[in-house]
Design a protein around this ligand. Structure first.
Ligand SMILES: *Cc1c(COP(=O)(O)O)cnc(C)c1O
Length: 232
């Protein structure tokens, strides 16, 4: 049995309160941090809950799972891809998602731009950076991010809005802190160097929200704190 809407709404309210407290601790207005509901592994109704509650977006990490869910869910909400995207799924991803947060290589930039050309659409994207240098994570190494950004700036159909990262799993919160601080500093460098705005910093999940918000996150991606443990 999946959770009820009432359970979901109570968790979402609690979470918004927690986010508000972390924002005030960091001296930031709570309006700067958007809450994304990560619905991966959960049934389509999870996205309906998020829409009904009024959350701005849901995140999925697999293209096919997301598309099946989009068709089943009656949810007027923005779907974003937050997981690794294989080039052969780029066309379907471009047809399906409002934004892709996991752009991590030049080949994918080229491919996405071609697919957008075919669909006559522009695609908002984030560049996924492996800011924690975690061999278990996707994402471009920080020192290669400038090159990837240059490629996206030459792709007329892609609109790069910022950066995304996933912190390495660790019991020590300073690992996440350092990772998020590095992403923010990298964003600042890229903004200065290319004279563009990269306002979005997508960082923070259920277990590291305080660290992410303290380091400037504008989009937290929360799954288990809203929906419970992932269904395998
Ligand atoms: C699963 C996932 C999340 C959410 O993780 P929780 O710990 O369940 O909050 C966030 N971001 C990405 C990229 C994910 O794959």
């Amino acid at each position: 049995m999946f959770i009820s809407y009432e359970t979901f709404a109570a968790r979402a309210r609690e979470l918004e309160k927690t986010i508000g407290e972390f924002c005030s601790d960091a001296g930031r207005p709570a309006s700067e941090v958007k809450l994304m509901a990560v619905t991966k592994t959960h049934p389509p109704i999870a996205a309906e809950y998020a829409a009904r509650y009024g959350l701005p977006c849901v995140g999925e990490n697999r293209v096919q799972e997301a598309v099946t869910k989009m068709e089943a869910a009656r949810a007027d909400i923005a779907w974003e891809l937050i997981g690794h995207l294989q080039s052969n799924k780029a066309a379907l991803a471009v047809k399906s998602f409002a934004r892709i947060q996991s752009v991590d290589r030049k080949k994918l930039v080229t491919r996405l731009n071609e697919c957008c050309e075919r669909e006559s659409r522009t695609l908002p994207i984030l560049l996924q950076v492996n800011a924690g240098r975690d061999s278990a994570k996707f994402g471009i190494p920080p020192e290669e991010a400038a090159g990837l950004l240059e490629a996206t700036l030459e792709a007329p159909r892609l609109e790069v809005q910022g950066l995304m990262t996933i912190a390495p799993l660790s019991d020590n919160p300073s690992v996440a802190r350092t990772t998020f601080a590095r992403l923010r500093e990298l964003r600042d460098e890229l903004q200065d160097r290319y004279r563009i705005a990269l306002p979005e910093l997508s960082m923070g999940m259920s277990g590291d929200l305080r660290e992410a918000i303290g380091e400037g996150s504008t989009c937290v991606r929360v799954g288990s704190a809203l929906f419970g443990p992932r269904h395998p």
